[in-house]
Every structure is written in C-alpha cells, then in structure tokens.
Ligand binder design. Sequence first.
Ligand code: GTP
Ligand code: SPV
Ligand code: MN
Length: 592
Amino acid sequence: MATAPQQPTDMASLNRAVAAWVADVAQLTLPQKIQWCDGSDAEFHMLERQLVAAAELIPLNQHTYPGCYLYRSDPADVARVEHLTYICTKDREDAGPNNPWMAPTQAHRQMDDLFRGCMRGRTLYVIPYCMGPIDSAYSRCGVEITDSAYVVLNMRLMTRMGRAALERINRDGAFVKGLHSIGDLNHERRFIMHFPEELSIKSFGSGYGGNALLGKKCHALRIASWQARTEGWLAEHMLIVGIENPQGEIHYIACAFPSACGKTNLSMLIPPASYRGWKVWTVGDDIAWLHPGKDGRLYAINPESGYFGVAPGTNQKTNRNAYETIRHNTIFTNVAVTADNQPWWEGLTEGKPVRDWQGRPYDPGNGPAAHPNSRFTVAASQNPSYSKAADAPGGVPISAIVFGGRRRTLAPLVYQARNWLHGVLIGAGVASETTAAATGAVGIVRRDPMAMKPFTGYNFADYWDHWIKVGARIKAPPQIFHVNWFRQSDAGKFLWPGYGENLRVLRWIIDRCKGTAHARETAIGLMPAPSDLDTAGLDITKDAIDELLAVHPDLWEEELTAVGAYFDEFKERLPQALKHELAEALQRVRSE
Ligand code: GTP
Ligand code: SPV
Ligand code: MN
C-alpha cells in the first residue's frame, strides 16, 4: 500500500535526542528558520534554485554540462586549515604531539561564544547522515547542523543523508553531533574542534571542504579513528579499488596516499591499452573503514557516497572516468570558466579560461586560472567504474594495503614490507611533499604517517600500537606495500608515467599477494627486479626504470634516522615493537 509523502517537518519528532540537541543549538545560534533535510530530490533542487537566485551558485553551460554549477568560496577560505584544527581531549597526551590540542571546557566556551547568535536572519539546516551503506553494521551515523545551503548540497552528494539516516539513528540510539557555521568567514575566528570523548564536532568560520562537510574528515576520520580504536577496527585515509583480471578474478586493494597525492585517480584508473580484459572497479576514493572479518581477512567499506575530488590535472587522458563522471550534476568549486561558460582548470586540454577562480578576467600574472585545490563534488554512482560492491553491507576483502607519498627522490616506485609489523613501520615513516589541499607552503617534505597526519583523532603512538594489535588479531592480514608515482629526474621531470600505467605496479602487488610474482630482498624490503615489472609497450628508458627501482642505502640510513628522531617526539608512549622494528631496519641498511 502506498503511503502518503511525509513532510520534512515531521522529521523533528522522529528522534527525541536529535530534536533536543537541535532545540539547544537554535537557542544558542538564534536562526530565523529551521529546516530538517529529508534528502529528497525536490529538496536538493529547491536549494539549488535558492542559491542560484542568491548568486551563490552559478549555472554552468547546461548544454555541455547539464545540472552543473560553479561555486566560488571566499578567496581566503580555499583549503583545510591544519593549525586551526584541534583535538580536544581531557588529557593533552591523548591528542598527542601530532595534533593541536585544547582543553574541552575551554574549547566549548570559546566555540559557544562564536556560535552565540551567529545564525540570526539565517536558516539552520539539520542534516542527518549515515557514513556507509544504510544497512551495514559497519556504518555510523551523525547529524550536521549548518547554516550553509552549499554544505547541504555537498553533504547530499557525499553521504547517504536525510530521512533514512534519521531512521537509522533511531535504531542505533547514537549519533555524532556536528555543529557548523560559516560565521563571517574571518580566518581569525576560524576553528575546527573535535571532542572525541563526546563524539562531537564544532566548526566555525569556514565553508570549505573538510572544514565544513563534517561527515568527511571530521567524523569519518578524526572521530571515527578514535571510535575504531576502542572498537577494534581502523578508519583510514585510503581509496578502495577492485582490480579484475581477464579471468574475472577481483582483488581489492586499499591505498593510503596523502591529500592530493593520487587516490581519486588510482581508484578509477583506465587500464593501459595492452591490458585487454582487465577492469578496474572503484569502491572508494578517499576514506576506508576496515574491519577484521570472521574469516580472518580485513574487510573495507567506503563510508562516503560521493567524491570531493581535485579538479586540476583531470583530463580525458589522465583520468577518463573522472572526466566523464563530472560532465553532469556536479558542483565545481573554485575552477575557472571559459567564454562559453564551461568549467576550466590547469591540465584540461580543451578550452581556454576567460575568468579565473575568483571571477576576475583571466590574467596569467595572477597565478593559475583555477585554484590548485579547486574541486568537484559528484555522486559516486555517476562513475563509469563504480563498483557494485561499494554498497555491500559487509564490505570487500582487502588483499593489499599500499602506502605512498609524493617524493621527488629516495622512495622507489614500489617495495613490499617483510611482514605486518614492518609494514606498520613503513606506514608510520611515510613522508610526502605538502600540497594545496591544506593552507601553508606547498612542496615541503614532511612526515605524514599512514597519510593520516591531519586526520588521526588521537596520539599517533597509540594509533601505531592499535595498528600493530589489529594485525596480530587477523589470521590472513593484507600484504603491505609502499609506492611512489612522483619520482623526478634531475631535470625535474616525472620518471614514471603514472595514472593508468600504475596498474602495472598494482599487477605486481596482486601477484605478490597470490604468491606468483618474483621479488628480490633489498635493504628496505622486497622489490621487483626490472624484469619482474611489466613494462611492455611503455615509453620509458632502461635508466629510468633502474633509477625507479634503485635503493641507496646511505640515503636510507639518513631517512630512517630521521624517522627515529620523529618517533622520539612520542617518548615512552611509542610502542616498543615499533622501536625494535626501526632498529632492525636501520641495521639492514647499515650492513649493505
Ligand atoms: P585528496 O582528495 O586531497 O585526498 O587527494 P587524492 O589523493 O585523491 O589526489 P588526486 O587523485 O585527486 O590527485 C591529486 C593530483 O595528483 C592531481 O592533480 C592529479 O592529476 C595528480 N596525480 C594523480 N595520480 C598521478 C600519477 O600517477 N602521476 C602524476 N604525475 N600525477 C598524478
Ligand atoms: C583532503 O584534503 O585530503 C581532501 C579534501 O580529501 S578535504 O575534504 O578538504 O579534506
Ligand atoms: Mn583526502
């Protein structure tokens, strides 16, 4: 029997705890209006129309880009702000030297002062959302309160949001509270505070990406990593991809690369022409929640349902799947536009920018036309390589975990850890050049353990200990690898072609997991000899391959010594096992 369509207003009576919290927040922030979001198409399009009328959203060329819009953020609000992102635990040591910290009472006071009356004349939107498939035991729910309709539109694309999520919150009896206001966008009054002990978030003064879409980095990584530790699983900054060989066998791989280091691209890569019959299936492009399964393997779900992907560099050749995915029903943020109102960014081979990301007439003297951290928001289901398994409540079994970074020098194209503990050491020692995904200098090599430096909601020492314990608990742990697509020649050119050709490396990784590929022992781990990698049809010199697969023990001694100095920051909290593993690794490079 068909039921009458329900109005969003009756959502307010669906869950008492949510309603009570909304009432408290409304009393503090004094909005003109409260709107409960049901997640319907009608609601989405109504908000789109409102934002267009307010000139906050600009329709793009509807013939070539149907359903696509441009959003320009405040020019001083274009990326995550790590120095303003706090973990507020009662004990400072629980946040660790890896996080800015503030005492919860002080943080609440400071944030509540900012939130007081901040929604006057504005609408307060209530967004119930579910991270992960609605029917998965691994999923976790939250509610974001925000005064930004742009955030609502993005959350609708990035999460399973609305009525179904609120119904699940009713069943779960728990949810993460996320309070957000764009405030006046003054960066002196911008803070992103996390209270893992209370499962809550308060974010003020930014409307951008991970600062404002609270389901993403704030909930699904910082709060979830804390929850995962208490519950025995892992919340990671990882893509999840299924690689299907011509025999129809699919292996799933989870890769942790720092921000703007190639996760979205790898998760939807197009196999090289010589890889006939190979298929690539995207499960997730940014976040993985990994759970030990009953069969002794690790299972992963993608908590998100959309992509907030880097625009620059995306074109038909580098990433055809993304290129096709974002041809309709996509929100572009901070890209440039062409004379016929199509979106444009550096790396796009067709079209020319006439207005830059700030809406100014394009002048190369002002820097790139599109902001280097300009992004697209789009539903994952639009991706031609979208995996059916992405909605599987039990997740997908992971064969390999791959760490990676953006390193001009040192780190070879690929190497394999000797075992789980060695893999944890490799992950904890990841370093990478900073990118435009966060404010601050770009291109500086820094430690970014497990690609989680900005995202682990607790002390890294405890996090590594947790990693070690999870590995010890599972009978058939994934093999662990490290890759680097970003090695450069002395002349500053990439040595490895990257993108689709990365499948050649994934193939060696999968064959190692199956036990069918050869590897040689080196001072840093197991590596392919040049002949073990499939380079047929690849335009690359023997010298380049040799350099990509070379190990320089003296440089590695320096590197591992630097890792040791970094570990020392964690003092006696550093797991002994990790200390030992590092000592052995140093021994191996010294004896080469
Ligand atoms: P976040 O969304 O910030 O977490 O980033 P991500 O890891 O998903 O990065 P993404 O795939 O969006 O790539 C970032 C930039 O690196 C883009 O400009 C890409 O074009 C470029 N890139 C990705 N893969 C490769 C590669 O294999 N080689 C080279 N040279 N560049 C790459
Ligand atoms: C990242 O910076 O790793 C992102 C973009 O994926 S944001 O959502 O802004 O964190
Ligand atoms: Mn990311």
